[in-house]
Design a binder for this molecule. Sequence first.
Ligand SMILES: *Cc1c(COP(=O)(O)O)cnc(C)c1O
Ligand SMILES: [Zn+2]
Length: 420
Amino acid sequence: MGFVKGLQCRECGQEYPKKPLHVCETCFGPLEIVYDYEGIQKAISREKIAAREKNLWRYRELLPIDGEPRVGLYSGFTPLVRAHRLAAALGVKELYVKDDSVNHPTFSYKDRVVSVAISKAIEFGFDTVSCASTGNLANSVAAHAAKAGLNCYVFIPDGLEQGKIIGSAIYGPRTVAIKGNYDDVNRLCSEIGDKYGWAFVNVNLRPYYSEGAKTHGFEVAEQLGWKLPKHIVVASAGGTILPKLAKAFKELVKIGLVNDTGCKIYSAQASGCAPIINALKKGTDLISPVKPNTIASSIAIGNPADGYYVLQAVRESGGWGESVTDEEILEGIKLLARTEGIFTEPAGGTEVAVAKKLIESGRIPRDESIVISITGNGYKTLETVAQSVEKPYAISATLQNFDELYQRLDQPAEAKAAGI
Ligand SMILES: *Cc1c(COP(=O)(O)O)cnc(C)c1O
Ligand SMILES: [Zn+2]
């Protein structure tokens, strides 16, 4: 197996060998994996994929490893939930939630990219893995490093939620909290990467890492019965997942696994950190960095590395994007929880709220298939919703106390009047 031909610069086309490289030496453009698609088309079929384990490696010909996968054997293949009650609430006909809030083992879409990056890091012979993270990536790198027995350093901005901090620390990495925001963390990590020669999954292994995000798209198509949805909404932070969904759909068409029925892709950001949406609405390719100020910490990246490619993929697909306020994000979290029983973090609240906004404004038609990607889990970010849910009613353990409470809260007025 192994259908990777090498690396190639996205901008000038210069070719590079399969090495831990990520930028072009001549034009500083990002490097991307080049595959032998003819070989892949001969090697796989819908039937072959269907017979494989239900994890993200079922699409391994389209992933950049040469040998056997080393981690992520339980990652991916998350549920695609037919969301009838959320559909009714939003007034649409055919709605699905792609639920990466239950991805194994760290409950976000990042387990996809990290499974690929760490398998590749092991192939390259690295003994220390690392990342610049807004929280979820650190959780995933720490967990997968533990499973693989690698040394691990994770770098995060200070001030993250407890669930994200402890959700890394428990696996035993060194966690370094940098004073500042993600963009400060990222800048420092480039320097550390150069000096220490570690495998930074989202820096020097980025071309390999980002390919893992395609599996979210492959699964959506497979779970719809090898069809593309008409519309898909996903959050954008550094800009990895959205362009990779576009790539995933194109690859499936190219190797003949789905028909090219077109899928419009929509980017979701928080108003407090919307550099990509700002550029989209201005109609420019130039992304002006912003200073993040939002409860959606996992997507709070003010200077997105691949923001340009998000714009390109959105425009090429005929999609669009929106940003929503922190209040709308909280409403989005509650709406998903109360209609579908799925508890997501603020990034997922953003995805729901943006889908709602795009439907209400007529950008997404009500009678076509829509997928909302839910990329993270709400149990990690309890602080952000603690003030906007009902507190428990504290009573003593007597039936009379409960009777009184029930009458006050929920007994219908007629029953109350009739003294029942
Ligand atoms: C990282 C992340 C995203 C998207 O980030 P990209 O860098 O654009 O791929 C979305 N949701 C959650 C919960 C994340 O952790
Ligand atoms: Zn180049």
